[in-house]
Every structure is written in structure tokens, then in C-alpha cells.
Design a protein around this ligand. Sequence first.
Ligand SMILES: Nc1ncnc2c1ncn2[C@@H]1O[C@H](COP(=O)(O)OP(=O)(O)O)[C@@H](O)[C@H]1O
Ligand SMILES: [Mg+2]
Length: 214
Amino acid sequence: MPIILVACQKGGSGKTTTTVNVAAELARLGHDVLIADCDKTTKSSTTWAQDRTQDDTLPRVHAIQKTGNVREALKDLATRYDYVIVDAPGHDSQEMRTAMTVADLMVIPTRPSQFDLDTLPDMTKLVEIAQDMNPKLKAFVLLAQVPTDSNGSEQDEAKDYLRDYPQLPLIDAALKSRKAYRDSIPAGRGVIEWSNPKAKAEVQVLVKEIQGCL
Ligand SMILES: Nc1ncnc2c1ncn2[C@@H]1O[C@H](COP(=O)(O)OP(=O)(O)O)[C@@H](O)[C@H]1O
Ligand SMILES: [Mg+2]
């Protein structure tokens, strides 16, 4: 079943936050979800999944650590789970590049700043190379940590910026900067299992868009 790769060449952009929140929503929808945690320096999504097991009322999300060339491991895991979500390291890595050769969808969380947007042209080239080997690969940019007082201008600016890179569309969903995304993590929960309805709605829109792409 589908492999969703969450990757971006910048650390701190929101990869792990996106991974665990998408996983929690897919689990709520009744799917059997595995997170492949490929970030050996932080292991944050593995820790989140472990913390989650403390509360057995929460639908289970499995997690496993994988490093190096993850291509064959992901192909195998995809036969055993409804969704495999790959949490990539915060730099251009072997894990990211090998996962791109088998993923169905690549989600690139990016903060709406010029420095972060400037990493995307390089990513376009990597996506094109991976698509030669893996023609089914789709990719999109997800704006993450968008200021809550934003009037949508970040979205418009990012769209303008990405106009020259049709391989990397910006999706409608955006995750705003909200305390709920930080506070829910130590509880092993997604924001859909937390107390902020706006954050919950953002993740549900994102998951609908992901499912629509697959
Ligand atoms: N939408 C958000 N709102 C508030 N804080 C966020 C949000 N997304 C990420 N963070 C915080 O920013 C930091 C980096 O996020 P993280 O998901 O770990 O990034 P990455 O995995 O790309 O390095 C973490 O402390 C996380 O809690
Ligand atoms: Mg991370």
C-alpha cells in the first residue's frame, strides 16, 4: 500500500510533526499505519509512537527505525501496512534519496520564509531524477509553521515562487504555528486527539488532500 515520504533538506521545518499528525489521523480512520523513522539523530517519531502506547484508548501507530539504503525495506513494509509514512532526516540524505525511488508521494514541509523556499529548486532536480526511476512519484510542498496572524499572503508568495517549478505544486492545506502541535507530541497524540479544533481541521484537510493524490 502507499508509501508517503515526508522530507525536506532543512531541519526543523516540521517533518516529524507532519509525519505523526498524518499517522494519527490515518489511524483514526481505521488504517494500519507504520512510521519508518529514518532520522537516526533524533528518533523523535519513534519516541512519539512509544509514548502513544501508554494510552491504549488511542489507535495504534507502529514505528520502526530504518537507516541507510531504505529502498528494499520500504518496499517490503508497504506490502504489510495500509500506509507507510517515512520521516526523513533534516538534510539531503541517503535515506531521503533511496526512499524517493519507491515512494508514491513526497510531502515537503516548508516554512514560509525565503531561506526555506530557496531550498526547493534543488529539491525539484532530485524529484526529477527519482521520477526517472520511479515514475509514480508525486511531490507537493506543504507550508508549515505559518504564522497564525497570516492573512494568506505567505500562501500567495509561496505559490508565486513555485510557479516556475510545476513539478512541486503547493497544496491547499497549511499547518499554522500553534502550541497544540508542540503540546500533543509528549502525550504521543496528534492534534486530532487534542483540544485545538483549528489544528485538527488543518490536519484533516491535509490528510484528505494526501488521500486524493494517491
Ligand atoms: N505547526 C507547528 N506549530 C508549532 N510548532 C511546531 C509546528 N511544527 C513544528 N513545530 C515545532 O518546531 C520544531 C521542529 O519541528 P519538527 O517537526 O521536529 O521538524 P523536523 O522534523 O523537520 O526537524 C519542534 O519543536 C516542533 O514542535
Ligand atoms: Mg524530525
